[in-house]
Every structure is written in C-alpha cells, then in structure tokens.
Design a protein. Structure first.
Ligand code: ADP
Length: 402
C-alpha cells in the first residue's frame, strides 16, 4: 500500500482536504462549504458527485463523511500515514512544524487569543482527526512559524514595553507557509540553495502580504499582530492611521464596528464600492469606472511602497517574487506595481510578463533588469504535506507520540 499524507485546512465555514502520495503528487482535493449549517456540501475536485455532510456532529462527522467518500471513489485506498494540519497562529511558541501531542494542543489553545476566529477551528480539526486515526501521526504547520526569525527591530511596535511583555503585542506575520515555499522554489529556479537566497516575496490573493527573506530567513513582513496590517487586500484595509480610532469614535463608530469595517468592508471592496475581486475590478476600470481604477491604483502604489521598504532589510536581492491569485495571474498588476519602482530597478519584459499567468511560471523581467522578477504559483498544501511526511518519519513519531 503506497503511503499517503493528508492535508487538512479547517476553517469556520469551510474545510479543505488534500491527499498526497510520497512523490508529491496530489491524489485528491475535497472542499466542504457552508460547514456547520444544515446546507453543508462537499465536492471532490474533478468529480460531479456531491457528498452530503451531516448537519450534526461538527468537524468529526464532516471529516468522516468526506473520508468515506474518498474511499468509495477509490481515491484513498488505505488510511493516511501522516496528517498535516494548517494552524494559523503559533505565537512565539512555534518556530517550526511540530508533531501533535497533548502539550502541543494546549499551546495552540493558548495562542487562540491571538487568532480567536482561526485557532479554535484548527484545533477542532486536529482533535477530530486524532479520534478518527488515533495511531496516525498528526502534524501542525503554522502560518506564523516562518516569521519567527524576524529581528526585534522588525517585530516590535513602538508601544509601551509591557504591551509586548504582558500581552504579546508584536508583529507575527502570516502566509509563512507560502513565503517559505517561494524561498524554496525561487532558490531552485535560481540554482541556489534556500540558505543563500534573498528575496522579496509578494503573496497577493484575497489576503495580501509581502516578506523580505534574507539568506532563507524571514526578516521583515507586512502583516502584523493580525493579518489586517500592511498591503491593501480584498476586503481588508491594510495600514491606516491609528488615529482613525479616536477620530471615528467622535462620529459614533464603536471599536467593534470599525473592526468589522476594516476587515470586511475596506480594501478593494471599500474603495471601489463594487467588489473585492481583482479581475472584475480591472474590467470595471477598463470600462471607465473611476472608483475601481482608484482601487487598483491604491493597491499597486501601496505594494510598490512596501517593496521599497523591504529593501531596508536586505544586503542582496536575488529576485522579487509574485504569487497568489493576483500575483500569479495579473500581468497588469505586476506591471503597474513595477512601474513605480524605476529608481530601484525592477524592469519587466512586457512579453514575458504577459505570457506568464495562469498555471505557468518563470522569470518576467528584462535580462538587463537590476533584479530578476519571477512568478511562482504557490503551493501551501504541498509544504504542509512535506512537513507532515518528514515529521511522521521522525524517531519521536515512530516512538508513538501523536
Ligand atoms: P485566496 O487568498 O482566497 O486563496 P486567491 O489566491 O485565489 O485568494 O486570489 C484571489 C484573487 O485573485 C481575486 O481577487 C481574483 O480576482 C484574483 N485573480 C485571479 N485570476 C486573476 C486574473 N486573471 N487577473 C486578475 N486577478 C485575478
């Protein structure tokens, strides 16, 4: 029986599963939507059949239904040999992926205050899988772990010291799994080792973040204590003046209301008044819709400013890397962003930039560009699978810890 690794990404209303073999081939992908409602359904990618998810029984029942369907369809012929879980927040406790045991579960729980919408559901997924497969090693892979190499000058906010000491207020950074994958892949493409590769990595999806990577380590990143800071995103504002809180309180806006606005009603959606979808925005902008054009302009300008800012952490730059739905697919956003950076030297080749999108990848800069610019499709699931496979084969896992 070929050993397989299952990757579980458990959200509050969705659940994603991916099954990999040991040659990094994906055998199946499942997406469960409207989870925890009576209308939950699951779909196996590439198949028509819909899997009905029981309305009761939470994550365990949903996982059980999905795994049974995978077996029925012949996509999963035996129990997985390892299970990797995406966990959003590892605080300062987790600098790398870990084999899950009771202490690890407690520590993930302890980080929940920093990610109240994510960590509890990530934990529910781990607990459900432990029940379903009590002898299979479960591995937690953290979005924050890659950024634990940030130096204090990059992770500390200029706030009273005890905010950090007492309440752990600092920059953590997110999308770490994706930025790590960029490092690994860019190094391969540049014929270097990750440990000698320095990059600026821009992950541009619905959430957007940018990271400076020096000799393989994250040394600065745009997301902060929460994934709200930094770049303009689909519905998140990114950076705003903290004085906004005070000013808007005089207008009767409460902290709760403002938090909802900054997270769900701002960014591309807020500026355009239309949509958080970059493709649609670009179409609207082309048809003369001014607010959409402005949304695209603000997005690209903020991104360009951050690319400049990330240079402060580097003494060498091997490439600027674009990834995520927007970074991989939108030659226009890449072009408009780089057009602000003439002084720094990111010179795109129009033809190459246009050719690379969708599922292709590669260098899109001019051979004369001071710095290469590369498009690399991200693959966070593969990183989680690789980490899970690696740790499941470790002596600790073989000794029976799970
Ligand atoms: P998530 O963060 O939810 O995983 P994705 O990485 O899938 O999101 O990115 C979604 C974004 O990518 C959306 O704004 C979508 O419009 C954008 N996108 C996808 N294809 C294109 C394209 N061809 N041109 C511009 N934007 C695109």
């Amino acid at each position: 029986m070929e050993p397989t690794t299952l990757v579980v990404n458990c959200g509050s209303s969705s659940l994603k599963l991916a099954l990999f073999d040991r040659k990094d081939q994906k055998l199946a992908t499942v997406l469960v939507e409207r989870l925890n409602t009576p209308h939950a359904v699951a779909r196996i990618q590439g198949l028509e059949t819909q899997i009905t998810i029981p309305a009761e029984g939470g994550y365990e029942a949903a996982l059980q239904a999905v795994l049974a369907a995978l077996k029925e369809e012949g996509l999963m012929t035996s129990d997985p040999t390892a299970v990797g879980h995406r966990v959003v927040h590892g605080g300062e406790t987790f600098r790398e992926a870990v084999l899950v045991d009771d202490d690890v579960l407690e520590s993930i729980q302890a980080c929940s205050g920093l990610a109240p919408l994510h960590n509890p559901v990530n934990l529910a997924g781990i607990e459900a899988m432990r029940k379903l497969y009590p002898t299979v090693p479960q591995i937690a892979v953290f979005d924050t772990a890659f950024h634990q190499t940030l130096p204090p000058r990059a992770y500390r906010y200029a706030l009273p010291d005890h905010y950090y000491r007492q309440w752990a207020v600092r920059r953590y950074g997110f999308h770490g799994t994706s930025h790590y994958y960029m490092t690994r892949e860019a190094a391969r493409r540049l014929d270097r080792t990750p440990a000698t590769t320095s990059l600026i990595s821009a992950h541009l999806g619905n959430g957007c973040s940018i990271t400076a990577i020096r000799d393989g380590n994250s040394v600065d990143t745009s997301m902060g204590l929460t994934p709200l800071e930094g770049l303009v995103m689909g519905t998140r504002s990114g950076d705003v003046d903290p004085g906004l809180f005070d000013y808007l309180s005089t207008k009767g806006i409460t902290a709760n209301q403002l938090s909802k606005v900054l997270n769900q009603e701002s960014g591309l959606l807020g500026l355009s008044g239309q949509t958080n979808d970059m493709r649609t925005l670009c179409d609207l902008a082309d048809h003369g819709h001014e607010p959409s054009r402005l949304a695209v302009d603000v997005f690209c300008f903020r991104l360009a400013k951050y690319i400049g800012a990330m240079m402060a952490s580097l003494s060498q730059l091997d490439a600027l890397v674009f990834t995520g739905g927007i970074g991989e697919n939108s030659s226009r956003i890449r072009q408009q962003t780089c057009s602000h950076l003439g002084l720094l030297g990111f010179d795109l080749d129009a033809e190459l930039n246009h050719a690379h999108g969708g599922f292709s990848d590669g260098i899109i800069s001019n051979p004369d560009s001071r710095f290469p610019v590369i498009v690399i499709p991200t693959n966070e699931e593969l990183v989680i699978a690789n980490e899970a496979t690696r740790l499941a084969g470790s002596p600790m896992a073989r000794d029976g810890a799970q």
